[in-house]
Structure formats: structure tokens, C-alpha cells
Design a protein around this ligand. Structure first.
Ligand code: ADP
Ligand code: ZN
Ligand code: ZN
Length: 728
């Protein structure tokens, strides 16, 4: 009597056995719907056995096994197993988190195929059918067959032209084996594609990667902004496509998808490409996922979650902007898509390419020590495109007014006169305009979080950027009654108003999370920028990434300094990467680029390195600091994070947890502390940091600790382990 072992999305680190009379080994990786307590749940079968530890009278039968789609391939199940072990998260939760929403339901999926996404090709069997063998009264069928025999393949539109009813014959003919179905890649672009001759750096990189393309290696493609990393990606994908294999391309932000997608489709117009990102609805996501699973999609472009897509014929993985924090999930299962991508590459014996202008110190360290193979692109790809000149404006001498200094305003003015575009970049980390009473020091704070509320001038509202809570603008200070309470600091809106005052005829465009929320906002914005409908852009980190703005000549950077005060040991690394990136937007084509940074510390080593475009100098300095201080990449860290209604309960739980650990302590274990932002979304949070110079020792410790933590009875605090944490 077969027993299926099912991974369910419940916070218990175990599998659940059910009786399933019709189950066989082939069902491993299929979904099953089973009773769980009083509920019905759907999980994934990870094993089929002929015995169980469960007493016969307790063993319940499964409701059904879903077989409408292929089971998950073994390699994907291995990835889930690894992910569960490495991040110490229940397997069922890992698996179900990685599947499209439609596959988590207690229902079989209905595969409504849109006939227009496919072309229909006559098979040899179809060719040999004699149309005379079809009864004359069945005119539609006869005409359809003649149509096929004339053209060998037809699209849905062509079939409908033969007869509106002809399309209904298609499923039956597929069944007969007369025709096969092939996806049409969505955008067939016309016109010839200009393929540039590679620079010598690009050529060397392409050669190195393609010549060892059947083995696992992690390549760090380290190229300055504008060095043409995308072209390298395209060239290394080519041979993979020629072998009919699939490529997974991971990218950090949804906003980058359309641009990169267009580049790929242009270069490979006939190749089926699927893009998976958070902007899709559940049906679209499932459709893309299935195309990948059936190996119909040859290129899969996606954000973080796409790393869990089944790709039975994977030949290459590319992670663009590998240093980007968005590859790490920041709640629930805290996985790093970049690190899992490397696991996948190893598992499949294929190359993994990590691209960046400013690699994470972890990856850079691996490259220096030879774990990763280092490829460098030292100059810009486009002829005459030099790297932008970077300078500092000392704001101790040039005082700012409403955030802007005189030299910066002059530079903006000059840029307007020359009809070039400029960009004002606000470093938003830990910074936003808040409402402040200057007479008593009161500031508007969120009731649910400990964070300050951010002022939105346009709709006269205060809003919490952590939990979304909104509040009205108070008329007077609730503490002292002062009526003159003013927004303090400049957000993007304040800067926009100030600039509009200085340059009344300039066309100013502000870009922030709110302005790109609408579905097609991004493409429209990019179009406006590229067609010179904008003179001055104002934005935050959203603007820093990957976009190509050919007419951008000036970048002004405000508030960079506040990262220098941060308590986060990664703040300098991030600031440098972000400023290099945003500086990289300028001077891409025939326009020379200038970057001006307003700072009180123009001599700081970070700004000095930046002015020389010297990533290595800064990286070496930071690595030396990290080594002395005992920080990653010289140690490996994990956090036990906990949250509860009040911080007492959190710290109590964490102390208890720490006690559990003491008996087998082989790692460095710190005391429980409240999180940097204690209150978040109505809960209070804290953590315990664990670290070790040996990843293996840390992992062994975590495995033991996790097992003990799971046995702690009914807790007031919710907890999770965060392995390789990026935020504290
Ligand atoms: P990166 O991602 O390294 O910042 P991009 O891939 O965006 O750089 O390339 C920058 C620009 O250089 C693009 O406009 C691209 O079309 C162009 N480019 C890339 N390779 C070449 C080449 N070999 N010759 C000429 N132009 C190139
Ligand atoms: Zn007051
Ligand atoms: Zn809040």
C-alpha cells in the first residue's frame, strides 16, 4: 500500500504521510491535496514509500494527486532541500513559497492556452493524410488540411481565416498526431539588429566563459558602468541557445525588466523569452513558469523568486547587479537568490556569471582569493564615452539653501543652457522629510512603528514608509501648541519645488516609488527621458540602476553624508556602489558627464576613491577594516530574529533561546538586543547575532540550535533564522 510523504506549508519541520493507493515513484514532485487537521491543504510529494511510522488507524488517505502538469523535476526538489537546510526553514514552506500562487491552491490548474500564443505545425503524419479521406460534407476540416498542406504551419489567425470554426478542430488533430504546437515569442521585432564588434575586454570575457561552458565556475564580470556587460551576456547566451539550452537571467528590480527584455528580444527575435517579476498577475506568472518547466522558454528573465523556476535544460545563469540587496528576501524565508543561483550552477555543472560595476565585498573577496574567476572590463564600450568626472562641493564653504548649494545651481543652469539633461539624486537611506516642531522638538511618529512619519506635501498627508500607516497633518504641535511646525529636511518633493523656483521654464520630473506605482508608468517615464521631454530629473535609488540616458550630462548628489554616520557596517559599501551607479548614468554616449557631490567631508576616503573611480582602493580599505573588526566576509553570520507585542517578550524569548544554545556553543554568540528599528508594523523586534569564521561550524551550530528552538513550547514571540543577514 503506497504512502506519500508530503511537504506542506506549515511551520513544522517535518513531512506528512498519507495513504495514496494510486501513487507511484513517478508522482514525486507532483502536488497532492490532503486533509490536515480540519483543513484541506495542498503540498508537494517528496517521497513515495511502502511503509510509514504512522499507526495504520491514524494514517489518512490523501484526497487526490494533481497530475495535470509535470511533477517538479528532481533538480528543483534538490534546490528546495538545500534551501531548507541552509536557511533553516521548514521544507514545506520553502517549496510552497517557491511555487506560483496558482499551484498552492487546493485545485488543479486549468490550463487555458491562448491559441494566439502558438503556431501550429503539420507533422509527417499530418502530411500523409489524404484530404480525400475526409468526408466531403466536412468542408471545414478539408479546407484546414489543405491550408496546412499548402503552408506546413499556420497561426491561429490564419486558421480562423480558413473558417471561424476551424480552430475547434485543433485539439483533436493534436491528439491524432497530425499537428504540433509551438509557442510564438511575444514580440517579433522587425528590422536588422546592429551587433557591435566587441571591445578587447568584452571579447576576452566572452572567450573565457564560453570556452569552459560545460563546467561549473562562478565568474565575476566586473566592469565599470557602460563597459557593455549586457553585450557580454548576449554573446555568452548565443552558444547556449545554439545547444537548445535554457538561460536564467536574474535581475534586481522590476523596473529594469522592460528595458532588458527589449534588448534580449531584439537580439534574439525568434527565441521564446519569458519574464517573471512581481508585476505579473497569478495567471501570467503560472503561464511563464509552465513555459520554463516545459523547456519552451529558452530565456527566463526574472527577479529574485525566478531562481525557483524549474528549468529542465539549464545551460547558463547570469545574475546582473549581483551586489543588489533586493536579491535577498527580507521576510519569511530569507534566502539570497544570488547565492542559490550559484548552488544551482554547481548542481547543473554550468557557469554562473555575476555582473557588477561595484561587486559586493563578499564576491570581490572570493574573486581575489580565487574562488570566483575575475573578469574585468576597465573602460567604457562606446567610443569616446569617457567615465564622468566626479567632484565634491564642500558644503562647509558653500552653504546650502533648501538643500542646494550655489555651485550646483550654477552647474544646473549651464546644463540647461546647453540643452542637456541633469539628474538630482537624493540618498534616501535613513532619510526623509519629517514634521518637526522647532520650539519643543516634537516630531510626528508612527503609532504602529517607531519610525518617523514622512511628509507628503502634495496631498497634505503624513505617511509611514515602513508600515503604510497614514495620518493627517496636524494644525499645531500636539505637544506645545506651536502653530509653526514645518517639514524638516528635503524629500524629493521639496527639492522639486525649490528647483522649480530657480528654473521656472525647466521641465522637471520627479521619480519615486509613488510615481512609478502605476502599471505602465516606467516605460512612459523612460520614453519621456529618452526623447528629451525632460530637463531635470529628481530621484532616489530607483534611478541609479542600469538605465541608459544618452543625453544626461550632470548628476548632482545630495545628502550622501548621512550614510557615513550609519551604524550599519555595510553602509559605506552600499553608498559607494550607489554613487558609482548613479554617476554611471552620466556621459554614456557623446555627452561628457559631470558628477557633483555635496558633502561636508570632501577628504573622506570614500569620496576620494569615488573621484578616481577606484573601486579597488575603496574595496581594499573596507576589506581591511572588516578583517580587523571581524565582520563578513571574514566571518559568517546569522541572526535569530524575533518579534512580539512588546520588547520584553522578545528579549525574554531571545535569552531563553541563547540558553538553549550554550550547551553546544562552538561559535560566537552575542547577547539579545532590540533591533535598530524596534517597532515595525505594530510589533517590537530584537535579535541575537551568531557568527563564526567557519561557515561549516556556523551551519552545524544552527542545525542543532534550530532543532532545539523548534521544541520550545508555545511562545509569545515569533522567530525566524536569518542566515547571511544584510540588515540588522
Ligand atoms: P553596463 O551594463 O556595463 O553598464 P551597457 O551594457 O549598458 O553597460 O552598455 C553601455 C553602452 O555601450 C550601451 O549603449 C551599449 O549598446 C554599448 N555597447 C556595448 N558594447 C559595445 C561595443 N562592443 N561597441 C560599441 N558599443 C557597445
Ligand atoms: Zn512643539
Ligand atoms: Zn508605521
Amino acid at each position: 500500500m503506497p504512502v506519500i510523504r508530503v511537504a506542506l506549508s506549515v511551520p513544522l519541520d517535518t513531512l506528512f504521510d498519507y495513504q495514496a493507493d494510486d501513487a507511484s515513484e513517478r508522482d514525486i514532485g507532483a502536488r497532492a491535496c490532503v486533509p490536515f487537521g480540519k483543513k484541506r491543504l495542498t503540498g508537494v510529494i517528496v517521497a513515495v514509500s511502502d511503509h510509514t511510522q504512522i499507526a495504520a488507524e491514524k494514517l489518512k488517505p490523501a484526497y487526490c494527486i494533481f497530475r495535470e502538469i509535470e511533477p517538479l523535476p528532481a533538480a528543483l526538489l534538490d534546490l528546495f532541500h538545500f534551501c531548507s537546510q541552509y536557511y533553516h526553514h521548514p521544507l514545506g514552506m520553502v517549496i510552497m513559497n517557491g511555487l506560483p500562487v496558482k499551484l498552492r491552491n487546493n485545485k488543479a490548474v486549468k490550463l487555458k492556452k491562448n491559441p494566439h500564443d502558438y503556431r501550429y505545425v503539420l507533422t509527417a503524419a499530418g502530411k500523409s493524410v489524404d484530404s480525400a479521406s475526409i468526408p466531403a460534407r466536412n468542408r471545414v476540416a478539408r479546407n484546414l488540411l489543405t491550408g496546412f498542406q499548402r503552408g506546413a504551419e499556420l497561426t491561429a489567425t490564419q486558421i480562423k481565416q480558413i473558417s471561424p470554426r476551424a480552430i475547434q478542430l485543433i485539439p483533436e488533430w493534436i491528439q491524432f498526431g497530425w499537428i504540433t504546437v509551438h509557442p510564438i515569442s511575444a514580440a517579433r521585432t522587425t528590422g536588422s539588429v546592429k551587433i557591435p564588434a566587441l571591445t578587447s575586454g568584452q571579447a576576452a570575457a566572452v572567450d573565457a566563459i564560453t570556452s569552459s561552458n560545460r563546467q561549473f565556475d562562478t565568474w565575476l564580470l566586473h566592469g565599470v558602468t557602460g563597459s557593455g556587460k549586457t553585450e557580454v551576456y548576449l554573446r555568452i547566451i548565443e552558444p547556449v541557445l545554439a545547444q537548445d539550452k535554457q538561460t536564467l537571467v536574474l535581475i534586481p528590480e522590476i523596473s529594469l525588466t522592460p528595458q532588458l527584455e527589449a534588448v534580449f528580444r531584439n537580439r534574439f527575435p525568434a527565441v521564446p523569452l519569458v519574464s517573471l517579476h512581481s508585476g505579473l498577475n497569478d495567471t501570467e506568472r503560472l503561464a511563464g513558469w509552465l513555459q520554463a518547466q516545459r523547456a519552451e522558454a529558452k530565456i527566463l528573465l526574472g527577479t529574485r523568486l525566478a531562481v525557483f523556476t524549474p528549468l529542465p535544460n539549464l545551460g547558463l545563469i547570469i545574475v546582473d547587479e549581483e551586489q543588489d540587496g533586493s536579491f535577498k528576501q527580507q521576510d519569511g524565508l530569507r534566502y539570497s537568490a544570488r547565492d542559490l543561483a550559484i548552488f544551482r550552477g554547481k548542481q547543473e555543472s554550468i557557469p554562473v556569471v555575476l555582473g557588477s560595476a561595484t561587486p559586493s565585498l563578499e564576491s570581490y573577496h572570493h574573486a581575489l582569493t580565487g574562488r570566483y574567476r575575475h573578469l574585468r572590463l576597465l573602460s567604457r564600450a562606446v567610443q569616446n564615452a569617457a567615465l564622468p568626472s566626479i567632484g565634491c562641493i564642500d558644503t562647509r564653504i558653500n552653504k546650502t539653501q533648501d538643500g542646494l548649494s550655489q555651485p550646483l545651481l550654477q552647474a544646473l543652469d549651464q546644463c540647461l543652457k546647453e540643452k542637456h539633461q541633469s539628474l538630482i539624486f537624493l540618498n534616501r537611506r535613513g532619510y526623509a522629510p519629517v514634521l518637526l516642531c522647532k520650539s519643543c522638538g516634537w516630531s510626528a511618529a508612527c503609532q504602529r512603528c517607531s519610525s518617523r512619519l514622512v511628509v507628503h506635501l502634495r496631498d497634505k498627508k503624513l505617511s509611514c514608509h515602513h508600515c503604510g500607516h497614514q495620518a493627517q497633518f496636524p494644525r499645531a504641535c500636539p505637544q506645545c501648541g506651536n502653530q509653526d511646525i514645518t517639514p524638516f529636511g528635503q524629500g524629493t518633493q521639496r527639492v522639486e519645488e525649490t528647483l522649480a523656483g530657480h528654473f521656472p521654464t525647466a521641465r522637471i520630473l520627479r521619480i519615486d516609488r509613488d510615481s512609478i506605482r502605476r502599471k505602465h508608468a516606467w516605460p512612459e517615464i523612460l520614453h519621456a527621458i529618452q526623447t528629451q521631454q525632460v530637463d531635470i530629473l529628481i530621484g532616489t535609488q530607483l534611478l541609479a540602476k542600469g538605465h541608459d540616458f544618452p543625453n544626461l550630462a550632470l548628476v548632482g548628489i545630495l545628502n550622501a553624508d548621512n550614510a557615513l554616520y550609519s551604524t550599519d557596517f555595510r553602509a559605506s559599501e552600499r553608498l559607494f556602489a550607489q554613487l558609482m551607479q548613479v554617476a554611471g548614468r552620466a556621459g554614456r554616449a557623446n555627452v561628457a558627464g559631470h558628477v557633483l557631490i555635496q558633502t561636508e567631508f570632501p577628504d573622506h576616503s570614500l569620496y576620494q576613491a569615488l573621484q578616481r573611480h577606484d573601486y579597488d582602493a575603496l574595496a581594499q580599505t573596507l576589506l581591511a577594516e572588516r578583517k580587523t573588526a571581524g565582520f563578513p566576509p571574514y566571518v559568517f553570520q546569522a541572526l535569530l530574529r524575533a518579534e512580539a507585542n512588546d520588547i520584553r517578550a522578545v528579549l525574554d524569548f531571545l535569552s531563553q533561546a541563547k540558553q538553549l544554545a550554550q550547551s553546544f556553543e562552538t561559535v560566537e554568540l552575542f547577547d539579545p538586543v532590540p533591533a535598530h528599528m524596534v517597532r515595525l508594523k505594530g510589533l517590537e523586534r530584537g535579535h541575537v547575532l551568531v557568527q563564526s569564521p567557519s561557515r561549516k561550524r556556523l551551519q552545524t551550530f544552527l542545525t542543532g540550535w534550530y532543532a532545539k528552538l523548534m521544541t520550545l513550547p508555545g511562545q509569545k514571540a515569533r522567530w525566524v533564522l536569518d542566515v547571511d543577514p544584510l540588515e540588522f
